[in-house]
Design a protein around this ligand. Structure first.
Ligand SMILES: Cc1ncc(COP(=O)(O)O)c(C=O)c1O
Length: 629
């Protein structure tokens, strides 16, 4: 597909998905804009990488932009405030950030800092996350919402934290959890702040459809809910039940699903209120989506609403339901994770080399060539736009026949190599014809199978696990040469030894494509790729496949003058660190290696003077980065 009258980079659709934060500079590089200083020029991302490289910080790396995070927190909080004012809503908004979405200290610390003025709190889905939350000085009115399965220790810590001023809400997930809370209360004599998690029956469309509705793993059905209310009343704790929680789902694509689910949550809230439960907070969980593709549609990787529309829909739906039931407007709580952090991080890696499925020219036919090699080469003679499909068919027929003959021993290695080279040269001409003219045959689609493989310095499993596990799409684009028409198409392969470690679905201006337009790799310069909106879930879900560890992580801020400040650097895992994760003791390994070196010297297979080189090579590797250096 050509975009001949447009800029060479228009194929990537950066304007569509870049959210005004990411754009292409006049110099043909990806530029980053500071949303908090809209007048400031975009700063070149390759320029940032060059600067970091001089400081000894290299790709692959995760680059976090502090102002993007600050901007999203402000955006959500201010959008709720505006919707509340517009609807004359009587309650307020108190958001919490779900720690599981990005547990990195640098991220949580900044979220707490930027959230102070909005009384923004934290959501903890486990004991470790509660421990992290309690190490942060939150604003006085901010909440800590505890979800997930809780044992007595978790509950005890949550209750005790109220003594030092935390508004820690224990959300009861089951009647059994209510029993544990009552037991801990009886021991401590301190009243807890409680919530109940209600399972909504409305199903949410999108990737997480299965985990919403009746079959969702968390929350209580009406029968369990009533049982919990009765238990609390009997235990004299009903006055502590202040919050009703339901998680709407994740990456909800359609805003009408949000309305429906919020409407249902309100029915529970008003019914519980009618029962005399003194609820004050309605927590609607996460789910606000990110428009990864920029399509603005209710599809798996996009959403059909803006942050402002989401907030307005929530506020209006709750106001309407409460007014109708004559119930006081509750404090609104949401647990948006993805929408808060996804945009603020990007993964940057360099391309190491390419495997091409075409060749600029093939060898001339020689008299000794097998007749099918000559037939294959003869296709060059009638290759034209009109006979494209025929040439494609013939080239593949002859190549496949020759491969069969090779397997049976009728064609030797050198003949086969000549045939492959001729075939690749035909493919190069076919690709050029398809690129230059409109083609109505299926050759265009077939050519996708001949896309180059660009071997890249990252691990899909460590850095983009959702791309592998749930076909998540992220915008991916070369960071440089964007003033030049991309002359090749490629899929991206990572450096794990796993054939699943590849990316072969890309967001382009006109839809999702199995290959990415790229440039011929420059001979004397790095060629970088950027994967955008990776701040949610990716860092924590990533694993150590092939023992590729955490990448370097750099947090920067974009200065109004167009430069940047390096706020924090976290070096990626060393080999010794990843060895320790899998319970190898690096010093034991050094000792074992040294023993074998010394034995080799004793037996005379190694010279004593080579001992130092061998030991340094081993030690340097152990202390080095797990990625290609
Ligand atoms: C209880 C709860 N709250 C909040 C979230 C965050 O959801 P999202 O990142 O889609 O906003 C999740 C994630 O699934 C969740 O389970």
């Amino acid at each position: 597909m050509k975009h001949s009258s447009e800029a060479p980079h228009s194929v990537y659709g950066v304007e569509k998905w870049g959210k005004g934060l990411i754009e292409v500079t006049e110099g043909g590089e990806i530029g980053l804009r500071n949303p908090l200083a809209p007048e400031a020029p975009a700063i070149s991302l390759p320029g940032i990488l060059r600067d970091l490289d001089q400081r000894g910080i290299r790709a692959p790396m995760i680059l976090r932009i502090s102002s993007y995070l600050e901007n999203e927190i402000a955006h959500i909080n201010e959008s709720f405030a505006a919707a509340i004012a517009r609807a004359d809503y009587k309650g307020c908004y108190r958001g919490v950030f779900p720690i599981k979405v990005n547990q990195q200290a640098q991220v949580i610390d900044r979220i707490v800092e930027f959230g102070q003025k909005y009384d923004y709190g934290l959501e903890a889905g486990s004991k470790p996350e509660l421990v992290i939350a309690l190490a942060h000085r939150l604003a006085k009115e901010a909440l800590i919402v505890c979800n997930g399965v809780k044992d007595a220790e978790f509950i005890q810590l949550a209750i005790l934290s109220r003594k030092i001023g935390f508004n820690t809400v224990i959300v009861l997930e089951s009647p059994k959890e209510a029993d544990t809370v009552i037991e801990v209360y009886n021991e401590l004599g301190i009243e807890p702040l409680l919530g109940v998690r209600v399972k909504l029956t409305n199903q949410i469309s999108g990737k997480w459809e299965e985990s919403s509705g009746d079959r969702s793993a968390f929350g209580m059905n009406t029968d369990q809910l009533v049982a919990v209310v009765d238990k609390l009343r009997d235990a004299g704790l009903i006055q502590c039940l202040k919050l009703q929680h339901s998680h709407l789902g994740s990456q909800v694509p359609d805003v009408n699903d949000v309305r429906r689910a919020v409407g249902e949550a309100c029915r529970y809230y008003t019914e519980l209120t009618r029962e005399g439960v003194p609820l004050t907070h309605l927590d609607l969980g996460g789910g606000m989506g990110v428009d990864y593709t920029g399509e603005k549609k209710a599809t798996e990787n996009s959403i059909n609403y803006t942050v402002e529309e989401y907030c307005a829909n929530v506020v209006e739906t709750v106001a309407y339901a409460m007014d109708e039931a004559e119930v006081e407007h509750p404090t609104l709580v949401t647990e948006s994770g993805r929408a808060v952090v996804a945009t603020s991080s990007m993964l940057v890696f360099n391309v190491l080399e390419s495997t091409l499925y075409d060749a600029p020219n093939g060898p001339e036919v020689e008299p000794d060539d097998h007749h099918m090699v000559a037939d294959l080469a003869a296709v060059h003679g009638y290759l034209s736009h009109e006979r494209l499909q025929e040439c494609w068919n013939d080239a593949n027929f002859y190549r496949n026949e020759l491969r069969a003959l090779f397997r049976r021993g009728y064609v030797d290695l050198r003949q086969m190599a000549r045939a492959e080279r001729i075939y690749l040269s035909l493919m190069a001409r076919i690709k050029a014809l398809v690129a230059s003219e409109h083609v109505e045959t299926d050759v265009d689609d077939q050519l996708e199978k001949l896309a180059d493989i660009y071997h890249c310095n990252f691990s899909l499993f460590q850095s983009l696990p959702d791309v592998w596990a749930i076909d998540q799409l992220h915008p991916i684009v070369p960071l440089q040469m964007l003033d030049q028409t991309p002359d090749r198409r490629a899929v991206l392969s990572d450096i794990t030894c796993d054939s699943d470690g590849k990316i072969d679905r890309f967001i382009l201006a006109d839809g999702v494509s199995p290959s990415l337009p790229v440039h011929t790799l420059p001979e004397d310069d790095d060629y970088y790729m950027g994967v955008f909106f990776v701040g949610a879930y990716q860092e924590t879900l990533g694993d150590l496949h092939n023992l590729f560890g955490d990448t370097n992580v750099v947090t920067i801020d974009i200065k109004p003058d167009g430069g940047f400040d390096l706020l924090h650097e976290q070096e990626g895992d060393t080999i010794s660190e990843v060895m320790a994760y899998v319970e190898f003791d690096p010093s034991d390994c050094v000792a074992a290696f040294r023993k074998m070196v010394d034995e080799a010297i004793s037996t005379g297979t190694l010279k004593a003077k080579d001992r130092k080189t061998l030991m340094s090579a081993y030690r340097d590797s152990i202390n080095g980065y797990t990625y290609y250096e």
